[in-house]
Design a protein around this ligand. Structure first.
Ligand code: FES
Ligand code: FES
Length: 240
């Protein structure tokens, strides 16, 4: 049997129930407020800045996108949340995993560390922009042919980083493990250590690293070239 409640306990319980119901009411009301806010937001033309926003025009995958965004919004959030380009992944959101890697003016960039408003006038390419129609980019094809992924979460970033890696080697960029600066590595003699070092900013929690390295080796013409790799070599003007 419960002991009889005194008046003080009664009041305390009433107060508690009142607070709980108020909180529940707020939770029920929140979705409708949210949907009102969302519909108000979607009615606003994307190019008209609201309070605290500025208008920016970004070139993404050869398309011009004009958006009203807050200056503190990252490129990654802009791609994923505003433009529906969800290929670039949010892993750490702190510049530590590489899942968000995109190409900006041909160079790899962690889009979680880049502010969208600072990308005006630059050419942004995401994993969605690599294929030409139904034809995969040779790096994408090489990843498939060499099992360069398992869950696939890191893969868009790994692919963008690999595309940039190939371009960096073609431009004669050294890496932290390059030993002879007078004899910089070429695509066809890029060592495994060079590939691993140059991709060390992209982590794979599934540890698909062997397949990733093999994919890069294939694309650089070191392994028996697949049709995709052969096409890439031809386009890059590289003889194996
Ligand atoms: S999400 Fe950008 S580096 Fe991890
Ligand atoms: S394939 Fe799963 S994280 Fe890399």
């Amino acid at each position: 049997m419960h002991p009889p409640e005194n008046g003080k306990n009664h009041r305390a319980r009433r107060n508690f129930l009142g607070q709980a119901l108020t909180a529940a009411g707020a939770a029920i009301a929140a979705p409708s407020l949210l949907s009102q806010a969302t519909s108000a937001q979607s009615e606003k033309p994307a190019s008209i800045p609201g309070q605290g926003e500025i208008s920016v025009t970004l070139s993404i995958n050869d398309k011009q996108e004009t958006l009203a965004i807050e200056p503190r919004v990252t490129l990654l959030d802009t791609l994923r949340e505003r433009l529906g380009l969800t290929g670039s992944k949010k892993g750490c959101d702190h510049g530590q995993c590489g899942a968000c890697t995109v190409l900006v003016d041909g160079q790899r960039v962690y889009s979680c560390l880049a502010l969208a408003v600072m990308q005006e006038g630059k050419q942004i390419v995401t994993v969605e922009g690599l294929a030409k129609g139904d034809v995969l980019h040779p790096v994408q094809a090489a990843f498939i042919e060499n099992d360069g992924f398992q869950c696939g979460y890191c893969t868009p970033g790994q692919i963008c980083a690999s595309v940039a890696l190939v371009d960096e080697v073609k431009r004669g960029c050294a890496s932290a493990v390059t030993e002879d600066f007078d004899n910089l590595p070429q695509l066809t003699n890029l060592s495994e250590a060079e590939i691993k070092e140059r991709l060390s900013g992209n982590l794979c929690r599934c540890s698909a690293y062997n397949g990733i390295v093999a994919a890069v080796q294939q694309v650089t013409g070191q392994a028996p070239p697949s049709p995709a790799a052969a096409m890439f070599m031809q386009e890059a003007g590289v003889s194996a």
